[in-house]
Design a protein around this ligand. Sequence first.
Ligand SMILES: O=C(O)CCC(=O)C(=O)O
Length: 261
Amino acid sequence: MQNRLSQNTVSRFREEGFIVLRGVLDDRLIEDVTAFVRASLNPLVGPAEFEADVGYPGAPDHRQAEGGLTPRRLLHAYGRSSRLRDVGLHPEVVAAVNGLMGGPCLLSQCHHNCVMTKYPGYSSATMWHQDIRYWSFDQPELISAWFALGEENERNGALQVIPGSHMASVDRGRFDAALFLRPELPENSALLAMAETVVLQPGDVLLFHCRLFHAAARNASSVVKLSPAFTYHHHENRPIPGTRSAEFPSIPLSSPFPLRN
Ligand SMILES: O=C(O)CCC(=O)C(=O)O
């Protein structure tokens, strides 16, 4: 199972900036993690980020507003439970990120390392962005893994991606103050026209490059969407001292990195 990543898959990741690994998490792990996350949401076990904190489209204006205590993500997922660690350190994902980055990688405790919680009613839309915008490493080369505990589709706010956009060169003027792409600019239209939704089934994992443009809509279904997300970097690609990326040490991944040709 660990060496499922073929050379074709590696090439596709290099060209498109993302790949989906199907059926990685088994039913037992999905059940355990889902039960743990649900229990952590009611009553809410911090640390957490709230929709009202980010001010994205659709989010409540402030924490005292109706829906203002809707969580957006449970933070510090790695430290929360051994079953969440089983997700972040899943052998198939470890083999994939080691293979894609060409050597032993580490799991960052500073970025993602969360369970994204997209609620019906008060969830926000996340505009087009690259995760690297707030991250500080020697090289802008990191990979995030987005794990589906349930189905993710257009209706419940699945991630949308722009294939190949991790290689795009985009001038500062095409971004707004918070470094989201400005959708009203004609020069962004061609990029946005290539967007596609990544539909995931329970247990699937989306691996995506930290420069890949991605976005997500609000959750228009009646069920909360739960997605653990972790980020990995090559052991020689270090966080820059004194930045938020260096706040906590990264966790070594134990598996080697076999590839199947
Ligand atoms: O589910 C979402 O709204 C997207 C989250 C996202 O892209 C991020 O946190 O970087």
